[in-house]
Design a protein around this ligand. Structure first.
Ligand SMILES: NC(=O)c1ccc[n+]([C@@H]2O[C@H](COP(=O)([O-])OP(=O)(O)OC[C@H]3O[C@@H](n4cnc5c(N)ncnc54)[C@H](O)[C@@H]3O)[C@@H](O)[C@H]2O)c1
Length: 275
């Protein structure tokens, strides 16, 4: 643990928020969580405690029923709510009003540079992108500054990431998609085009990936794990930024998301998980 951060709040306890909360608690941080959907949070905490105890540690995760309560004593707040710019701006603003003045506010966004959120807060020197990848599979996190983030904030953020045994991927300047997500984005975009254009079956693409990289987590399988709604929102972020028509996610993909085929979480995505 580092001296400057003891209490960490996670806002948005979905796919990634659960993973970050459990991971930070395992490393001894006092974690407070808040989600607009309260159901399931107790079950999450119980399961997380069991997993943490099996690994020989004790966890400390508190559920709060309001955002204000969740952040009022925090040293570091990580927002992991859906990839919607206005929603994130609103939540950043709420956190800024309720959190102690020394607290750092970070976004786990997969594509939004924190410079696009900093207008929503007064403490522009204390904002960061801390973007986790799936845990425990990929123990790395992008870290990036806003336009006014101080060196001190950046160093504390980096030290905190290292303190939980995650490799920081340092951005020298703001970049949509950060370090590895930008690479992954290029792969994902081309895979979606091959599938939507009817050039090859998605299983063929995944098989080629498995043979070429020796990695069983192939692109379509991975998109199903991430959640196709999340993937769609991220693709729209890139499109809205560039306005390049080739960046727009394929219609066939949009229709799939609208049908509620969201991947593993809805039991159907590119693959069928009902069995
Ligand atoms: N899914 C991934 O693999 C992945 C990986 C890295 C980063 N991310 C990023 O993490 C963020 C969350 O993604 P996710 O996949 O966990 O999404 P998710 O949909 O699984 O979870 C989002 C959670 O936020 C909650 N929420 C919505 N509005 C809220 C509000 N105003 N206050 C508090 N909680 C609120 C929802 O109820 C939900 O539980 C996104 O920015 C995404 O880009 C996702």
């Amino acid at each position: 643990m580092i001296k400057t951060i003891k209490k960490v709040s996670i806002i948005g306890i979905g796919n990634l928020g659960t993973q970050i909360a459990e991971w930070a608690a395992f490393y001894g941080y006092q974690v407070t969580i808040f989600d607009v959907k309260q159901e399931g949070l107790k079950d999450f905490v119980e399961t997380a405690y069991k997993k943490i105890q099996q690994k020989g540690a004790s966890g400390n995760i508190h559920i709060k029923d309001s955002l204000n309560e969740a952040v009022k004593e925090a040293d570091l707040i990580i927002e992991a709510i859906p990839e919607k710019l206005e929603l994130k701006r609103n939540v950043f603003s709420q956190i800024d009003k309720a959190a102690p003045s020394h607290a750092i506010i970070a976004t786990n966004s997969s594509s939004i540079p924190v410079s696009m959120l900093e207008e929503a807060v007064e403490r522009k020197d204390k904002v960061l992108n801390i973007h986790f990848y799936k845990l425990p599979a990929f123990p790395m996190a992008d870290i990036a500054r806003g336009t006014k983030t101080s060196d001190q904030t950046f160093e504390i953020g980096k030290e905190w990431i290292e303190s939980i045994e995650i490799t920081p991927l340092v951005l020298k300047k703001q970049c949509l998609g950060f370090v590895f997500n930008r690479v992954w984005r290029a792969i994902k975009k081309e895979c979606l085009k091959i599938w939507a254009g009817g050039y090859a079956e998605l299983e063929t693409v995944d098989k080629a990936w498995e043979i070429f990289t020796k990695n069983p987590i192939a692109p379509f399988k991975f998109m199903d794990i991430i959640g196709l709604d999340v993937v769609y929102d991220i693709e729209m972020m890139y499109y809205n930024e560039s306005k390049d028509p080739t960046d727009k996610p394929p219609k066939k993909f949009e229709e799939k998301v609208k049908r509620g085929e969201l991947g593993v979480k809805s039991s159907k995505g590119f693959y069928d998980y009902t069995k």
